[in-house]
Design a protein around this ligand. Sequence first.
Ligand SMILES: [Mn+2]
Length: 421
Amino acid sequence: MKKEYYSGNRQNFYKEMKNGSVAVFFSGDEVRKSGDENYDYFGNRNFLYLTGIQEAGLILLAVKENDGETKETLYLRTPDFLQERWCGKRIKADQAAEISGIGDFKYVTDFKEDFHWMVIMGKYQNIYLDAQKYDTQDIDQTVHHFRKYIRENYSYLKEENGTFILRKLRTIKQPCEIESMRRAEEITGEGIRAMMKASRPGMYEYQYKAEYDYVLGQYGTEGSGFPSIISAGQNNFCIHYYEYSGQAKDGDMILNDVGARWNGLVTDVSRGWPCNGKFTERQKALYNCALATSDHMFEILKPGFKMMEVDETARRYNFERLKDIGVCDKYEDIGTYMWHGGAHHVGYDCHDMIARPDVVKPGMVFCVDIGIYHEEWGIGFRVEDNCLITEDGCENLSRHIPRTIPEIEDYILKNNIYLRK
Ligand SMILES: [Mn+2]
């Protein structure tokens, strides 16, 4: 991404700030895993959206004066020769300027004092923080400790919900974000095709995953946008399955729910196929219901469609298809076969943290995810694609990944070295 993109994101945020306010954002910290080892650092997504920088321990301070003028400073970690020798270089001001477009830098060790002298004069009434938790049980992060510190020491600063503004901004994808998602879709597709190429009865789930991960690894260090779900047979009945220990038996369906990340943007695609490359009559019947439902959704989705009705419309349509093949008689029973909804937004997060809109608008990207789980027949899979809403309709960003039964069977037949006759 260009630095103008990140500058633009910050300007859009500042526009939403009230005059006489400050905003403080944290890049996040490393979390201890065990012994002297940390979990991989994973930067705060909103900090990444605002700056393009992923490094632990940084702080972005922005002020909006009473006349509406804004000023921003990025606080960097102080150079530390030994720490950097062991753990890697810390970002320097010129590098940070090049990525983010920010022009003013200081060191994090100056932050507390700077902040104190700035707000103690009484010029600012509000403070914007990105402190909204997903769950009340979530552990406190740096921003929550900072909020406590503000309440104890500067209680006259009224807290404003910066998370909400960021969610609103992230709802509509910009052209460069959509381009990044297209690139991520290509890589995801190559990863899924690699699994199809290697598929055969007797293959372990971890081997499928290794095929997928190998492809992603060829494109850089961003890798997967979320933990991959890759399963076979009975394990397909666990919606969020991460064990990868099972083995595909002849006749089993393979389920995967995966997505590469590119420039921070994530995709989320599911494909299902028989491990032996040939759909049985029952697999065909169920798969075509899900596919018809998905196709129907891509035909009707356009600006103005009520977001609340996306899931419901898919469920009703899929029920009719399942009824046609004699699987489900009453709409009340559809939950026996459809275990999850399928219209979550995707972006910087796989389940993107946006402000859930009332109606579908151009530039939104969300999943159309049709899962069917028939335990009695031992068949479970989902067909999940990424829907970009355009000016007058929508586009399936993952359409190029083998999706119909002939496409999947042909692809496997032509490319699979184990199953090719
Ligand atoms: Mn998914």
